[in-house]
Design a protein around this ligand. Structure first.
Ligand SMILES: Nc1nc(=O)c2c([nH]1)NC[C@@H]1CN(c3ccc(C(=O)N[C@@H](CCC(=O)O)C(=O)O)cc3)CN21
Ligand SMILES: CC(C)C(=O)C(=O)O
Ligand SMILES: [Mg+2]
Length: 277
């Protein structure tokens, strides 16, 4: 990009202003090179607590710590210039009180440079969201399937079906009223996602929701085919990097066994020392 054309990263208010406009593009990232790959193509990048499952092999997001989020957040920040960075608040870092949420949100922002935090919850987190926003912390809310509540939800199931749709609509209205600048809708019926998108004043970011949402997000390792331990129905694979990587590693192992690697172009010449010396 030319020095004059360098795009500045959007602020939360710029994201909010995209309501009803061109769809917002976002992905998760956990490392500098992945952030660099998506910087020019995403409006915002999420340092998701999915990092625990995707990069650390944890069975859920519950074991993710503030320290892990900060380390990965710092790595992602080094790879971004034109996309906004949002960082997930990990399980246990915000639910106890608005004060606890502020202390940890401030630490995430101060130590990583993230422009906003994301937290899971609707009506029950509305007062916390308002507390944070009034104190300078932009908040993205996350409702529907909230993976940090896997033990009370009883599985990664579709949320908001039937009568539960009203509660989900109430969650969306509550987080918007509390001052959230956007809301992630995860794994909800498309008809409900469209109704929420029509009713709520802030952008809806869908993952397993609807193409009618104001934006979309996916876990980058899922769409690249790099994370293959499970594949949710909502994931579209745009590449097969996991399979391609394994084939490359198998070819390397074969080359080593056959002494085909290293080749002459990978080694260094020098005078041969005298063995008798
Ligand atoms: N790699 C990855 N991708 C994600 O989207 C993701 C994570 N990790 N970790 C944190 C949460 C967990 N999420 C998940 C996890 C599993 C399913 C899943 O397996 N869904 C199945 C059905 C499972 C069920 O009904 O119990 C599906 O087919 O959608 C969905 C979302 C979304 N997030
Ligand atoms: C899937 C997105 C929305 C998320 O919360 C994460 O990656 O942790
Ligand atoms: Mg998350």
């Amino acid at each position: 990009m030319s020095a004059t054309a360098k795009k500045r990263a959007p602020m939360p208010d710029d994201i909010r202003a995209r309501k009803g406009g061109a769809p917002l593009v976002s992905l998760t990232a956990y490392t500098t090179p992945m952030a660099q790959m998506m910087d020019a193509h995403c409006d915002f990048v999420l340092v998701g607590d999915s990092v625990g499952m995707v990069l650390h092999g944890l069975p859920s997001t519950l074991g993710v710590t503030m320290e892990m989020m900060i380390l990965h957040g710092q790595a992602v920040a080094r790879g971004l210039q034109s996309a906004m960075m949002v960082i997930d608040m990990p399980f246990g870092s915000y639910e106890e009180s608005p004060q606890q949420a502020f202390r940890n949100a401030a630490r995430l922002m101060a130590e990583t440079g993230a422009g906003a935090v994301k937290l899971e919850g609707g009506v029950e987190m509305a007062s916390t969201i308002a507390f944070l926003v009034k104190r300078g912390v932009p908040v993205m809310a996350h409702i529907g399937l909230t993976p940090q509540s896997i033990n009370t939800l009883g599985g990664y199931k579709v949320q908001g079906r039937g009568d539960a749709g009203e509660a989900l609509m109430a969650d969306a209205m509550a987080v918007a009223k509390a001052g959230a600048f956007a809301v992630v809708l995860e794994k909800v019926p498309a008809t409900l996602a469209d109704a929420v998108t029509a009713e709520v004043s802030i952008p809806t970011i869908g993952i397993g929701a609807s193409a009618g949402c104001d934006g979309q997000i996916l876990v980058v390792d899922d769409m690249l085919g790099l994370f293959t331990a499970f594949k949710a129905k909502f994931v579209k694979r745009y590449a097969t990097l996991g399979a391609d990587g394994e084939a490359a590693i198998a070819a390397y192992a074969e080359d080593v066994h056959a002494r085909r690697f290293p080749g002459p172009e990978h080694v260094f010449g020098d005078a041969v020392p005298d063995a008798k010396a």
